[in-house]
Design a protein around this ligand. Structure first.
Ligand code: UD1
Length: 431
């Protein structure tokens, strides 16, 4: 297994390019299933384990998927299977996205129910409700969602999401574009990943209006066509790299970044005392001598993203004063807190908030990754800590950050990837 070994205390300096977004690429890949002929090309796709897992799922379904130099070519003309097996869905919850497109194109789908995840239950009821509204029968059988459209075609419907959900909006959108008649979705998610998906579907021939707003109107079409598109930047990787600069009192510039996609995060960096300069495709961050304690609350876009709150918690351990980090999307998403405390942080959990008492001297130690963004927060803490920090089980990190250690090293961080034997490694309780 791999671990990251960090010798902290070096201020990051220089410039680094942001990768394409994982969370945007996954729905685009699935949307390519809607084209009955041709080859869909998606560029700027990050080379990550989740992309590989979804590619394998698409292959099992019968698509041809090639990935070379951050470009995906997907041909879905010979789909033979409409089943997403447990073995792949359990590796990645985003697999649930195949439900909508399979149902829309073939009138049936059998998709394993995804389980919970490291930070608690993650329901899919809104996805299923949306499919029912579009005229599908939905049953649960042996851990599988079995959905069938009447007379093999979905019908347009009004869908009012009771909670704004990125996953359910994306799934319902991919189903409605091929349905008979028109659909109207209210309280739809407006995250950049959904806007990117809607624009991609329009390129494929879908008729969608209201893109970028919470009300989407869709006029179903008979057929969609393969297309070519460039993926958007990873706003969470961008935020994580900026936090790495801020926590080390550094000065960095991100290129290939779209600052409009993470305005709220940039605002929080400014409130924390960082100087931010942006252009249409770059962000420069200059750290202050002293970071100011700054509260954040993770909420639906355009508010602060849940995918950045763990990293913000790490950053605030070095701020002057006490900050409150609240997650109103996932109340239990705080697995990073005990590990950050092992490095010397002073963080207390109160319901769905972390109370971070700042200006704590962090001291390197061995820490355990529990999930993707928790791992990122541990790296940030390691960059600020004195001595050596070892972040174990970085396979979580490899799901969502492409070669993060190389990007950080290019900015001057002393960080290396090394192999270790999991069973010889100390258990958390042993330290
Ligand atoms: C969420 C984040 C997304 C992030 C992802 C992984 C939001 C709004 N979404 O997406 O940006 O990339 O986690 O970290 O911040 N829900 C239901 N029933 C459903 C679907 C969702 O109750 O069928 C609830 C969820 O439990 C959650 C909320 O709705 O409280 C938002 O869900 P959704 O946006 O779908 O979550 P993810 O797709 O997991």
């Amino acid at each position: 297994m791999d671990k990251l070994v960090i010798h902290g205390g070096v201020p990051l300096r220089g410039s680094v390019a942001v990768s394409g977004s994982k969370n945007a690429a996954l729905p685009l890949m699935v949307a390519s299933l809607l084209a009955a002929s041709g080859k869909t090309i998606i560029t700027r796709v990050p080379d990550l384990r989740d992309i590989e897992t979804l590619s394998n799922l698409l292959r099992i379904i019968g698509a041809r998927v090639e990935f070379y130099d951050h470009t995906l070519a997907i041909s879905a003309s010979a789909i033979s299977h409409t089943e997403a097996p447990y073995e792949l869905v359990k590796k990645m919850r985003a697999s649930i996205y195949v439900l909508g497109p399979l149902l829309a194109r073939f009138g049936r789908a059998r998709v394993s129910l995804p389980g919970g995840c490291a930070w608690g239950p993650r329901p899919v009821d809104l996805h299923l409700e949306a499919m029912k509204k579009l005229g599908a029968s939905v049953e649960l059988d042996d851990g599988y969602i079995v959905a069938k459209a009447k007379r093999k075609r979905l019908t347009g419907a009004k869908i009012d999401f009771k909670i704004s959900s990125v996953g359910a909006t994306g799934n319902a959108l991919m189903a409605a574009v091929l349905a008979k008649g028109s659909s109207r979705m209210t309280n739809a998610a407006i995250e950049p990943e959904i806007t990117a998906l809607a624009k991609f579907l329009v390129k494929m021939g879908a008729k969608i209006s209201g893109i970028g707003t919470t009300t989407l109107e869709i006029e179903g079409v008979e057929e969609l066509y393969a297309t070519r598109d460039e993926n958007i930047c990873d706003r969470i990787e961008a935020g994580t790299l900026l936090a790495a600069a801020a926590i080390t009192k550094g000065h960095i510039t991100l290129t290939d970044a779209d600052p409009l996609q993470f305005k709220e995060v940039l605002k929080k960096f400014e409130l924390a005392g960082c100087k931010i300069k942006t252009t249409a495709s770059s962000v420069e961050l200059i750290s202050p001598a002293k970071l100011k304690a700054t509260n954040v609350e993770a909420k639906v876009y355009p508010k602060f993203p849940t995918d950045m709150q763990a990293q913000w918690s790490a950053l605030m351990t070095q701020a002057d004063g006490t900050s409150k980090i609240t997650d109103s999307i996932y109340a239990d998403r705080f697995k990073h807190v005990p590990e950050l405390n092992r490095l010397g942080a002073d963080i207390e959990l109160r319901q769905n908030s972390a109370i971070v008492r700042g200006k704590k001297k962090l001291q390197g130690a061995k820490v355990m990754s529990t999930d993707l963004r928790a791992s990122a927060s541990l790296i940030l803490a390691g960059l600020a800590a004195s001595g050596t920090t070892e972040v174990l089980r970085v396979y979580h990190l490899d799901r969502g950050y492409e070669k993060i250690e190389q990007k950080l090293a290019a900015l001057g961080a002393r960080i290396t990837r090394e192999k270790y034997d999991e069973f010889a490694a100390p258990k958390p309780d042993d330290d």
